[in-house]
Ligand binder design. Sequence first.
Ligand code: AKG
Ligand code: FE2
Length: 236
Amino acid sequence: MNAPKKMVPELDWGTVTRDLDEFGVASTGQILDEKDCRALRGLYSDDRHFRSRIVMQRHGFGAGEYKYFANPLPPKIDALRHAFYEKLAPVGNDWNRRMGLDRRYPETLDAFLVQCHADNQSRPTPLLLKYGPGDYNCLHQDVYGKHLFPIQLVILLSDPATEFEGGELVLTEQRPRMQSRAEVVPLRMGHGAFFAVNDRPKAGSRGDYRVKMRHGVSRVRSGERFTTGIIFHDAA
Ligand SMILES: O=C(O)CCC(=O)C(=O)O
Ligand SMILES: [Fe+2]
């Protein structure tokens, strides 16, 4: 008999934490199989799953579109959001301590969301993004109010070998009084990356300093690219 398929894969959290600390971004390895990726992509055209649709060009965000999932979230997304939050909360707490911020994150996502909801940050933020030829996502930060969890996740739902060209995930790190550094994150279908939402501490020769991160997507040169984003704070 086959064992039931686990909803949440085991990740190498030691490596994830180390890469997040050093670079502000960490590859996850495979999180979703091809069937999961196709199933999530398949939800895009059915508006019952979503609370809103954003056409990026209308807001100057880039080109392409995305939709925020409505509650209840797809079970897979909800399971990953809960499980990964618990692994990342200690990293967030360590970052805040090193940046001199008072905010500490509770152990569970539900406890954190109670805090968000108490201040009217209660709209779910996980989203599905769709890019066609020529589309791109300008460098940005997913901040939706005063409650902010400092790390988020994106998972690629299309196959870069066969389904699209271009469309690389790009991150920039802005250092105080220095030029910005860029990082391009190669992703495979079903693989993802954790990255800093905005500020993070960076270890320097004279202690920690604060760097500002932004993320975006370079121009899709051909084909269609889907991703799903898991942000842990809810939105106002
Ligand atoms: O499509 C991507 O790779 C990035 C999407 C994004 O901006 C996000 O998930 O917050
Ligand atoms: Fe984003």
